[in-house]
Design a binder for this molecule. Structure first.
Ligand code: DQA
Length: 144
């Protein structure tokens, strides 16, 4: 089982960025937790971050035939990107949308996800655990 974790804009700043919302754990530390959980469950992980929408679209396109599941923290692009949504839809790879914060309890513009309708489901609001819960879901649930 091969999992592609994609982290979108500003997630490279985790640890220093709005710690009251996103916590103090860095993206590198989250990656380590994801790798540890995936190793326990026998899954392989590719873990990437980009601030560029086009690069993320290209990575999603290239995932076809390579990865079994995409775990996507689309960050701000969640609320704006038709391009990411179309890329997910086009690959047909089961995708889990994740967020550290509970986007539904925040500003109204964060309540709408353009990505959600083309994903299998969302894991939202569990901080860094959103990432490790996604590993469990990817491995243990028969995703469509
Ligand atoms: C986020 C929530 C988004 O609304 C925000 O733009 C982010 C992070 C989260 O993980 O809580 O950058 O995706």
């Amino acid at each position: 089982m091969k999992l592609l974790f994609l982290n979108c804009p500003n997630l490279n700043l985790l640890g220093q960025r709005e710690p009251s919302v996103y916590g103090r754990t860095t993206l590198a530390e989250i990656e380590a937790k994801v790798r540890e959980r995936a190793a326990k469950l026998g899954a392989e992980v590719d873990f990437r971050q980009s601030n560029l929408e086009g690069e993320l679209v290209t990575w999603i396109q290239q995932a076809k035939g390579v990865f079994d599941v995409i775990v996507l923290n689309a960050a701000a692009y969640t609320h704006t990107s038709v391009a990411l949504r179309d890329a997910i839809s086009a690959t047909g790879i089961p995708t889990i949308e994740i967020h550290l914060s509970n986007v539904h309890a925040r500003e109204e513009f964060r309540h709408k996800s353009l990505i959600a309708p083309v994903t299998t489901g969302q894991i939202v609001g569990f901080g860094v655990h959103s990432y490790t819960l996604a590993v469990d879901a990817a491995v243990n649930v028969n995703l469509k």
